[in-house]
Design a protein around this ligand. Structure first.
Ligand code: FAD
Length: 303
């Protein structure tokens, strides 16, 4: 672990919360929906709204998360700009695959009544099988249910091939979790090269790739692959995290007819948000310095 990541891991909650604020929409359903609505109305940017929280091991906490998702779905209602994302470890994975499938299945069915698509996020490799089992089982009855694959894992090509015939929404990213070298690539350039090959494979296998990256050159290359394969622009989309400063690039993509979707996380209880915030800051520690500079400028009256 590098020194910066080590310091971020030790940082107290209020500091993590302050530095991670650009990556989080707020602390209520209304704040999350308000952010998503603003992205849509001002820039035609779509969102996927996520309730922060993971690695929960008590039934009460899981029930709380289910209730928040149900309220989110009711408040969002029928609209065109927002999907939702969720994670197995916030929704019952501690009780095994069957239980987790039942809990997530309830949310997916509820979302479907409002025409809201749901994506099952991918966590570290110890959850890959469980996540894909749940995805396969629920996708049969809910064809808009999507999931995520990580290009760094050696198994991902086989996982894509194992989803043949589902014609599913698959978010493809390099992955945010450090994984052991016997099961995963270790160098970012190699992960990105692999990601591009997997975008091509996803197209060829009939899926709808959601290209999740902030690397502009990679995204341009992915769009070139889509064009080479004569894929229409509504056969794929580009996804980024809110808070990563890529607005003009996103606007350019949208001007060119490509759908851009931002990951819009929110937290009602901040204790559930800290792991996510730390990962975001560790992915780019320079953001902490940038935010601090902004705060100092504002304090000094410069805007
Ligand atoms: C919508 C979405 C959903 C995701 N879902 C998952 C998931 O389910 N499972 C999973 O494992 N991973 C997920 N990821 C994480 C994804 O794997 C990371 O975004 C990835 O690790 C970062 O790689 P990158 O392709 O952006 O390349 P990088 O080389 O990391 O980034 C490219 C450039 O983007 C900028 N940048 C990147 N991150 C930040 C940041 N945090 N702050 C400021 N600037 C930044 C930097 O300028 C950097 O040079 C998701 C990402 C997105 C966008």
């Amino acid at each position: 672990m590098g020194l910066k990541k080590f310091i971020i891991n030790l940082a107290p909650t209020p500091l993590v919360r302050l530095f991670a604020s650009p990556y989080v929409a707020g602390d209520s359903i209304e704040a999350a929906i308000g952010t998503a609505q603003k992205f849509w109305e001002e820039r035609l940017v779509c969102s996927t709204i996520d309730l922060l929280g993971e690695e929960l091991e008590s039934d009460e906490e899981v029930q709380y998360i289910v209730n928040v998702y149900e309220r989110l779905i009711e408040t969002l209602g029928h609209q065109d700009y927002a999907t939702i994302s969720l994670k197995p470890t916030q929704l019952g994975s501690h009780r095994g695959t069957e239980h987790c499938k039942k809990v997530i299945g309830g949310i997916v069915a509820r979302a479907e009544q409002n025409n809201i698509k749901v994506t099952l996020d991918m966590e570290d490799h110890s959850f890959t099988d469980m996540t894909l089992d749940i995805f396969r089982a629920l996708n049969k009855d809910h064809p808009t249910f999507g999931t995520v694959l990580q290009s760094r894992l050696f198994r991902t090509d086989d996982d894509i091939k194992s989803l043949k015939g589902l014609n599913a929404r698959i978010r493809i990213c390099i992955g945010i979790y450090n994984e052991p070298k016997d099961i995963a690539l270790q160098s970012k350039p190699e992960m990105k090269k692999k990601l591009l090959q997997q975008v091509e494979l996803l197209f060829k296998e009939g899926h709808y790739p959601e290209i999740a990256s902030h690397d502009e050159a990679l995204i341009i290359e992915a769009v070139n692959i889509a064009e080479k394969l004569n894929m229409k622009k509504d056969f794929y989309e580009v996804q980024m995290l809110m808070g990563v400063p890529k607005q003009s690039f996103q606007d350019e993509l949208i001007k060119n007819g490509i759908l851009v979707r931002l990951y819009v996380p929110f937290a009602e209880k901040w204790k559930y948000a800290i792991a996510y915030c730390k990962r975001r800051l560790a992915a780019n520690p320079a953001m902490a310095a940038y935010i601090l500079k902004n705060i100092l400028h504002k304090t000094a009256g410069k805007h």
